[in-house]
Design a protein around this ligand. Structure first.
Ligand code: PLP
Length: 370
């Protein structure tokens, strides 16, 4: 039997190589390769405009802005978060000596369930760190009400939520700060990269110090900062990708439409529909397998796809609360997180990216419905 073409779960958005070369030439001419160079400044401005947010600070990846946000806000003690995410969300707490407190998710979105937050608050709670999982907006209004009532900070891990808007407003404006990842696997990438979004210029200045060792000018260090700066090469790459990200998102949208059209009629498979008033980015296409009705378990389907050279990913399985570092926490108990376990045990993210051709999508669909 002929080996079928490999279909990966994602494929990076790459700039035109000639265009990139031209920008590299400019960097070579200037001999300014990092430390807030001109492409870095330009990308911060263009991203703020594109994302409809007041201020953006670029980072070298999407994990360091999480760690830095917690530092900047002096978060200590306990932070309420979700187990249904990429492990970096909780690691950022651990790296700050903060105890994560997991709260279960809402099955209709996969996001932290606001109704379960209050009962997890203790005198040591200082913040809430939700995730807009798969780019689906959290209930930011309810979370803000709870945070205000108890005097808690809110830091959104918005790694999946590039460009997502609710009623014309960026979801990145919610909370005290939001962080983004521009990793190669995300909707918008700078190879490795990330950003923090903040509301005011003073916070932006403070974050810019913190990501550069705390340096203010040549001789003064105002805080124990870290080094998490983005360089000029990746900023240039990011400027080029920003011009084509809308087209890439639209290509993903078309794939989502086709998946939904067909899978809506398949027994034992469920997925998320678009939410009213939300501009989605189609960053992932998770489906959830009900083995009894579908006639096959999640893992069986996952293996069947692999055997046909179609690579799905079990995002997010296992839950963060199941990893050895976090497993012993009181809030990691399985009976505290029934919905998160249900999702983790049934999910497969189907291939979703701008390079998927119609034939690819039909091949994936055919395999799932058979
Ligand atoms: C990708 C991701 C991160 C980490 O971003 P990196 O750029 O890989 O450091 C953090 N949180 C979530 C939810 C992610 O998906």
């Amino acid at each position: 039997m002929k080996e079928e073409k490999l279909i990966t779960v994602t494929s990076p958005l790459l700039p035109d190589l000639d265009d990139f070369h031209e920008m590299l030439q400019q960097i070579w001419n200037s001999r300014w390769i990092t430390n807030n160079g001109s492409f870095h400044k330009q990308l911060e401005k263009e991203l703020a405009a594109y994302l409809k947010v007041p201020f953006v600070s670029l980072f070298t990846n999407g994990t360091l802005p999480l760690i830095t946000a917690l530092q900047a806000l002096h978060i200590t003690g306990e932070v309420i978060t979700t187990p249904y995410s990429f492990v970096a969300t909780t690691h950022a707490l651990w790296w700050n000596g903060i105890k994560p407190v997991f709260v279960d998710v809402d099955l209709s979105t996969g996001n932290i369930d606001p109704d379960k937050i209050e009962s997890a608050i203790t005198p040591r709670t200082t913040a809430i760190m939700p995730v807009h999982v798969y780019g689906k907006p959290c209930n930011t209004k309810r979370i803000k009400e709870i945070a205000d009532k108890y005097g808690l900070k809110v830091i959104y891990d918005a790694a999946h939520a590039f460009g997502v808007e609710v009623n014309g407003e960026s979801i990145l404006n919610a909370g005290d700060m939001s962080t983004l990842s521009f990793h190669a696997t995300k909707v918008y990438n700078t190879i490795e990269g990330g950003a923090m979004v903040m509301h005011d210029e003073e916070t932006k200045r403070r974050i810019d110090y913190l990501k550069n060792f705390g340096f203010n000018g040549e001789t003064e260090v105002i805080a124990p900062g870290i080094n998490s700066k983005m360089d000029e090469m990746r900023a240039a790459y990011g400027l080029l990708n920003l011009k084509q990200v809308d087209a890439a998102i639209e290509a993903r949208h078309q794939v989502a439409i086709r998946y939904r059209d067909v899978l809506r009629n398949v027994k034992g498979i469920s997925f998320f529909d678009d939410m009213p008033g939300v501009k989605h980015n189609y960053s992932y296409f998770p489906i959830f397998i009900d083995a009894e009705n579908y006639g096959m378990t999640r893992n069986e389907l996952y293996e069947k796809m692999r055997a046909s050279n179609i690579l799905g990913r079990r995002y997010f399985y296992p839950l963060i609360s199941e990893f050895s570092t976090y497993k012993g926490l009181e809030s990691s108990r399985k009976d505290n997180l029934p919905n998160a376990h249900k999702m983790a045990d049934s999910v497969i993210c189907l291939p979703m990216h701008h390079m998927l051709g119609e034939e690819d999508v039909e091949r994936i669909i055919k395999l799932i419905i058979n």
